[in-house]
Design a protein around this ligand. Structure first.
Ligand SMILES: [Zn+2]
Length: 167
């Protein structure tokens, strides 16, 4: 993490480290905000429900930001230089190809706040699965839930329309 009250160059930091970035690197989280840079490729069918607002700023490549508004599927496509505010409690699924880099700012969660991840049917929107997690290690909870869905075809099959969620 980076110290407060000190500038650093985001682009240089990315350029110096892009070879072994992993999925995401945190800039600050010892603050009212959590700021990080995340990259593609990713492969996710979950939708994240954050109790706070999130800001996305697309640095390189393209971000396909799927979200649900009044239970209707929407897609925002962010290109390099685009910025987007995702209001709190809006289910969203950021999907990235290789070469997609995004700067994200979220609010630090309070003790009472939990995040939720849901897996809606891609055909009719019926929710197939959900998990509530503390923000501290969301990746692990999402991986476990994805593994559970993969292991049991019944879980990944929509009870309403019969479509199977490909994971
Ligand atoms: Zn369905």
């Amino acid at each position: 993490m980076f110290p407060h009250l000190q500038t650093f160059n985001l682009q240089k930091w990315i350029d110096d480290n892009r070879g072994d970035w992993g999925q995401r690197r945190v800039i600050w989280q010892d603050s009212d905000f959590i700021a990080f840079v995340t990259r593609g490729p990713n492969r996710r069918k979950d939708y994240h429900i954050n109790p706070g607002d999130e800001i996305f700023y697309q640095l390189e490549g393209e971000l396909n930001l799927h979200y649900l508004k009044d239970d209707k599927h929407e897609l925002a496509v962010l290109k390099a230089g685009d910025i987007f505010l995702m209001p709190k409690n809006t289910p969203h699924s950021p999907r990235r190809a290789d070469g997609s880099w995004t700067y994200v700012v979220e609010k630090t969660r309070s003790k009472e706040e939990t995040d939720r991840f849901i897996w809606p049917c891609e055909k009719c929107g019926t929710n197939l699965y959900a998990t509530d997690v503390r923000f501290d290690d969301p990746g692990d909870a999402v991986n476990k839930a994805t593994a559970a869905l993969k292991a049991d075809p019944k879980l990944a099959t929509c009870k309403k329309c019969g479509a199977v969620l490909e994971l």
